[in-house]
Design a protein around this ligand. Structure first.
Ligand code: ADP
Length: 327
């Protein structure tokens, strides 16, 4: 019997959005008391696309601060930074020697962000292997991520199974742990694309975790809906209004967004309640963030302590993998 171990990470590539919160960060907070948890700021993943070194360091600390502000407790879970742990890249190489070019070429994210473009970084191509190393290193049984990461977790499973079969039992085979609500929060202006941190800073479509309440209210009041006068849940045909219902459900703990639709006979009330719910979830986080950001040394010390604990957790798996593969 394997005890539950949860790993997940967020990359410092942009300002975190409500999508990151509902699909990932908010769930980490609930999960931390249920299992051994490692939550990582995956800064090496941010090197896969054009980046600014100073901004990378700033965003890394911002995300670590947001982890704490959201309520992750370093006494309960391990909070760490990927680049503090060489074990991640070392295991990545062993897994690269297990993975096939063909299967990495099929990764949807690589196809969307890189394939065929001139200055595509090699690291963007191998990114899912590093992610597999992140997951497998801690013996993770579950990986709570948004829908867009589904295929990458599937690859981590495939690599673990292949390695175990070829070299003997070494890795725990992880399960995807999808969010039931909020697994794919969509852009408020283009509700057929996901809400993303890399949207332009002035985008009305993306709610940032640190947006002031009046900005959140404005963005939601301008959210695109459709011509039908009634409120209904139908993500395929009515993505805008369905996204608002999904956000409202995610922020109020309602399990079924469709059930909320019947409560509303117009968009104005739906938008008002959705904005209230989002502000209600984000306000306490923003208040704690304001306190924590005044003490960056505390955040840095938390990451240092996390790295020590993560190193201890990771060492046996890395050693086993090295031995199994013949090193
Ligand atoms: P991003 O996808 O924002 O560039 P990451 O890949 O680091 O950033 O995502 C961190 C976590 O947030 C992942 O678990 C991802 O699946 C989740 N996530 C990102 N965007 C959304 C979204 N729009 N809705 C739900 N979850 C999301």
């Amino acid at each position: 019997v394997t005890s539950r171990t949860i790993f997940s990470g967020i990359q410092p590539t942009g300002r975190l959005t409500l999508g990151n919160y509902l699909g990932a960060l908010g769930r980490f907070v609930d999960l931390q008391h249920t299992a051994r948890c490692v939550f990582c700021v995956v800064d090496l993943h941010a090197l896969t696309v054009v980046h600014d070194p100073k901004e990378l360091r700033r965003l890394t600390r911002e995300i670590a601060t947001l982890y704490l502000a959201a309520g992750l407790d370093p006494a309960v879970c391990v909070l760490t930074r990927q680049s503090d742990l060489p074990a991640h890249t070392e295991l990545m190489y062993l897994l690269e020697s297990t993975a096939y070019v063909g299967e990495l070429s099929r990764m949807i994210q690589f196809k969307e962000k890189g394939r065929g473009r001139p200055r595509t970084r090699v690291s963007l191509y191998t990114y899912p292997v590093l992610m597999a190393a992140d997951i497998l290193l801690y013996g993770s049984t579950e990986v709570p991520v948004g829908d867009d990461q589904r295929q990458h977790v599937e690859l981590a499973r495939d690599l673990a199974i292949r390695f175990n079969r070829t070299y003997g039992p070494t890795f725990v085979v992880p399960e995807l742990s999808p969010a039931t609500v909020g697994a794919r929060v969509m852009d408020l202006q283009n509700p057929t694309t996901k809400m993303s941190g890399s949207a332009p800073a002035d985008s009305l479509g993306s709610i940032r975790l640190l947006d002031p309440p009046e900005v959140i209210v404005r963005k939601i009041s301008r959210a695109v809906t459709d011509a039908s006068p009634d409120v209904g849940y139908d993500p395929e045909n009515r993505p805008g209004v369905s996204n608002l219902l999904e956000i409202l459900a995610g922020c109020t703990g309602e399990a079924d967004p469709a059930a909320l639709a019947g409560k509303y006979d117009g968009y104005a009330a739906l938008k008002r309640d959705t904005a209230d719910a989002v502000v209600g979830v984000l306000k306490p986080l923003q208040n704690r963030y304001a306190e924590l950001v005044a003490d960056p040394a505390h955040v840095d010390a938390t990451l240092r302590l996390g790295a020590e604990r993560a190193r201890e957790l990771a060492a046996p798996t890395l050693a086993a993998a090295r031995t199994a593969i013949g090193l």
